[in-house]
Write a protein that binds this ligand. Structure first.
Ligand SMILES: Cc1cc2nc3c(=O)[nH]c(=O)nc-3n(C[C@H](O)[C@H](O)[C@H](O)COP(=O)(O)OP(=O)(O)OC[C@H]3O[C@@H](n4cnc5c(N)ncnc54)[C@H](O)[C@@H]3O)c2cc1C
Ligand SMILES: *[C@@H]1O[C@H](CO)[C@@H](O)[C@H](O)[C@H]1NC(C)=O
Ligand SMILES: *[C@@H]1O[C@H](CO)[C@@H](O)[C@H](O)[C@H]1NC(C)=O
Length: 457
């Protein structure tokens, strides 16, 4: 209860919006039209065609934040602890993504990738190789795949790696070949999800609209009665503001799913006591386009071994790598640079400060060039140009270790009856890489596992 009172106070930090009786009701409300919110809304609208599903996005188009500033790599699921949600959802999401790409004609290519190692890094890729051979098929995988390896990899010698990529440094003594890695047109993916929602019976996309306040539904507040809201309902009252409007629209969401990306931890924090707060860190990643020598006939993604050490943790960044886009253009990145929000005088944090850090600049090129020439020595600084910048929502600081995706469940308060799904709020936190690869599996997990379990309680 403490918690719930906290939520109503805190979700309206500025105090600008007052509680407002809902004028309408929706079965499922998804906040955030990035690739994850779209995937969840798509699944809900297909799975429950007779229920209403709304997706609310503050920009005029989907995917304007994290989802349009990443490497567009379909990851194979190599790096994370075997029992983590990141591994489970990446492996499952990868297969779902390839299948969707095929069925919906979304541009993609299974390029495969090489993780290249110097002599001192050989054990790192040997360990990845060993782990990959022991991984189990994740839940919901089709049974016919079970006989095969979920993550086939192969250890290559330096010569074998150079036979695939002739410009690799002679210091590279071994490489791990991952045939399941690929690239995807992430905008094509988001468009296909959008189309499914638009074509669904009761799914709706609401753009240029932001969620400004959330309260647990107060049953006493419906004195006059609103036709489609039953007094015994439960859920969350969500106020949305469209465009530059001042006045919010109020709607009852029977189930609320928060997929608001970089913003998702901020407000949740204001409702938690200091010791329970979810920390939030931001790690900027810059990309450089490349046009020049030293990458002759390059046709695979090339990753160095992630740097490890005092201020660099393998789980934070996979190292400045070479990716290809679907037109064969080469780019390097993302590097990693930690940025912190400036605190205002009253100790508040500007939720959107990171938007001011998205302009790529030359300052990162020197270090990126240095990182790249450790495995591709023929690459020249003059061929690198700032391309774009992405922002990673991090739940652990620079020295921190592995952090999994978090799916947090809250209820709007009332003790619930059996078979009652109402009043659940699921908040998705720390959906950084491999969030694009995992998006369809995240949707499957939220709908088929978390919501189903809530329903069966
Ligand atoms: C540099 C970088 C490289 C990456 N590379 C890869 C990769 O190669 N492969 C891979 O699998 N993953 C990669 N990722 C991870 C992947 O991009 C993300 O996990 C994924 O895009 C997250 O999607 P999302 O929907 O959670 O967030 P977002 O795309 O940020 O979507 C959240 C949405 O919520 C909206 N929103 C926020 N607040 C409100 C509000 N109050 N009201 C209404 N709407 C709101 C925002 O406008 C936004 O559109 C990378 C990430 C980064 C940063
Ligand atoms: C859900 O997302 C919205 C939009 O970012 C945010 O205002 C709200 O605080 C989030 N709710 C929780 C509980 O995190
Ligand atoms: C890259 O490989 C090509 C093909 O083998 C070769 O002709 C070229 O000299 C190499 N360039 C560098 C910089 O190593």
């Amino acid at each position: 209860m403490q918690m719930v009172r906290g939520i109503s106070a805190a979700l309206n930090g500025s105090g600008r919006y007052k509680y407002k009786r809902p004028e309408s009701a929706v079965d499922f409300l998804v906040v955030g039209g990035g690739v994850v919110g779209l995937a969840i809304a798509q699944r809900l609208s297909q799975r429950f065609p007779t229920c209403s599903t709304y997706l609310v996005e503050r920009h005029s188009r989907p995917g304007e934040e994290i989802s349009s500033r990443n490497s567009e790599v379909i990851h194979s699921g190599l790096y994370y602890p075997a029992d983590s949600l990141k591994t489970r959802l990446c492996l499952r999401g990868r297969d779902m993504l390839y299948e969707r790409c095929q069925n919906h004609h979304i541009a993609h290519r299974k390029t495969g990738k090489l993780v290249v190692a110097r002599a001192d890094q050989r054990s790192y890729i040997e360990n990845l190789h060993k782990k990959s051979l022991t991984l189990q098929w994740p839940p919901h995988s089709p049974s016919q795949s079970r006989g095969m390896l979920v993550l086939p990899t192969e250890l290559l010698s330096g010569e074998q790696a150079r036979a695939l990529e002739p410009n690799l440094s002679n210091d590279i003594v071994a490489a791990l070949w991952c045939p399941e890695t690929g690239i995807i047109d992430s905008h094509g993916l988001m468009e296909s999800l959008e189309k499914d929602i638009i074509d669904s019976e009761n799914g709706e996309l609401v753009y240029s609209t932001r969620v400004a306040r959330i309260d647990p539904y107060k049953r006493t507040a419906i004195a006059a009665g609103t036709p489609d809201i039953d007094a015994a309902e439960d859920g969350w009252v969500v106020q949305t503001v469209t465009g530059n409007g001042q006045e919010g629209d109020s709607m009852l969401a029977r189930t609320l799913i928060n997929a608001s990306g970089l913003s998702s931890a901020l407000v949740l924090n204001t409702i938690l006591s200091e010791s329970k707060r979810i920390p939030m860190y931001y790690a900027r990643g810059s990309y450089a386009s490349y046009n020049g020598p030293g990458i002759s006939q390059v046709s695979h993604l090339i990753y160095p071994c992630p740097e490890t050490g005092e201020n660099a943790h393998a789980f934070h960044s996979l190292g400045t790598h070479l990716t290809l886009d679907l037109h064969g253009k080469v780019r390097f990145g993302p590097d990693i640079e930690w940025v912190s929000p400036p605190l205002t005088s009253d100790g508040e944090m500007d939720a959107d400060f990171w938007m001011k850090h998205l302009v790529p600049d030359e300052s990162r090129l020197g270090e990126m060039h240095q990182a790249v020439t450790s495995y591709l020595p023929g690459v020249i600084l003059g061929g690198m140009k700032p391309d774009y910048v992405g922002m990673r929502p991090k739940l652990v600081p620079p020295q921190g270790g592995f952090q999994d995706f978090i799916f947090r469940t809250d209820h709007s308060g009332r003790p619930r009856n059996a078979g009652d799904r109402q009043g659940t709020m699921i908040s998705l936190l720390g959906i950084e890489s491999p969030g694009l690869t995992s998006s369809l599996a995240i949707a499957e997990y939220v709908v088929e596992d978390i919501l189903k379990a809530e329903n069966d309680k």
